[in-house]
Design a protein around this ligand. Structure first.
Ligand code: 13P
Ligand code: SF4
Length: 329
């Protein structure tokens, strides 16, 4: 065992009563391997929130750590690397307000708009959603949450992922459009913001056709952040956890092509499992966290030093973001 790993394991043991290390499935193998708990974004939020530990070391991206802080402000949440989800950065509180104004200009009043936010957005944006009595969802529960939202009989404004928004709309038989694309938002059920995940944009219908030609019986499995054309031609669509569970039920000889982040696909099953892309779909920011980062943050906690990697949020932001997020749990 290398020296760094030995030092991490010793610190982990020393801090085990106070500190929980959680890691998202997209983390590098060596970071993933040393976490106390791994999961999709919903499972990680729940586990961290329900754990008795005072400190959470969150190996993932910023919105995930922020979600824990919003749900449990009394906990100290640390990111070993200050890494941000690129999609979450595509919307901020200003562009949120501008989008609402855009809908107002079409004659849709604020009281008739219900924002539904994918958890991949900042705490500030979640607070905006909470102020408008909106909902938060993850890829694991987006359908269920949207079912609840639809019951409110309002115009749904889905942020920030246009692909997830369109995919749920298609699944539910609802109409959708992308904000600013020339369609009158009054004419559709769900208006999607224009955000996307550049990693999941790497998968295309051409890739599916390529694999189907090579292996006619291959199963296509995709994450709902993929383009609707990919999702519509997939045999199974689900969150990272749901894909892992589904693949475990499939015969070992069945060929599968998976459309999600490389670290996860590579870990799922080595034989008969292919990445549905000719280029390597790595999430750059998820890949930034290293063993050294984990060691450094554990050391900071052990020495009770301040860290720029600890998450702090404004009280008002926590209050309104919590209103939307705790409804989901
Ligand atoms: P999951 O909620 O499925 O883990 O997805 C999070 C994410 O960022 C996918 O790109
Ligand atoms: Fe964000 Fe995409 Fe990375 Fe997921 S894979 S964390 S959505 S940039």
């Amino acid at each position: 065992m290398n020296q760094l790993l030995e030092k991490i394991l010793a610190l982990k043991e020393k801090l085990k009563e106070s500190t929980l290390i959680v890691a998202h499935f997209y983390q590098k193998d060596e970071v993933y391997a040393l976490a106390d708990f791994t999961g999709d974004s919903l499972e990680l939020a729940k586990k961290s929130y329900n754990s008795p530990h005072k400190n959470i070391v969150f190996c993932g991206v910023g919105f995930m750590g922020q979600s824990v802080k919003i749900l449990s402000p009394e906990k100290r949440v640390y990111m070993p690397k200050v890494a941000c989800c690129a999609m979450a950065r595509m919307i901020d509180d200003i562009s949120f307000d501008k989008s609402i104004k855009y809908l107002n200009d079409y004659g849709i009043k604020n009281e008739d708009i219900l924002p539904v936010a994918y958890i991949n957005c900042s705490a500030e944006v979640k607070a905006k959603v909470g102020q408008m009595d909106g909902f938060i969802c993850t890829s694991a529960n987006a359908g269920e949450i949207m079912n609840e939202a639809i019951k409110k009989n309002k115009k749904i404004f889905f942020i920030p992922d246009k692909c997830l928004g369109q995919n749920i709309a298609n699944k539910m038989g609802k109409t959708s459009c992308i904000i600013n694309d020339g369609v009158n938002p009054k004419d559709v059920d769900i208006i999607c913001y224009d955000g996307f995940c550049s990693v999941h944009q790497l998968f295309s219908l051409d890739d599916i056709e390529f694999y189907k030609e090579k292996y006619p019986d291959i199963l296509i499995i995709s994450h709902p952040e993929c383009d609707p054309k990919v999702v519509n031609n997939s045999d199974f669509v689900g969150s990272t956890s749901q894909m892992i569970k589904y693949i475990k039920t499939i015969d070992k000889n069945q060929k599968i092509a998976v459309a999600t982040e490389f670290n996860l696909v590579n870990r799922m099953r080595k034989e008969n499992t292919y990445v549905l892309s000719s280029s390597k779909p790595e999430c750059p920011t998820m890949n930034e966290t290293t063993l050294q980062d984990v060691y450094d943050i554990l050391n900071t906690i052990d020495k009770k030093e301040d860290s720029i990697r600890e998450i702090f949020l404004d009280e008002d932001i926590i209050k309104y973001a919590n209103k939307a997020l705790s409804k989901m749990l």
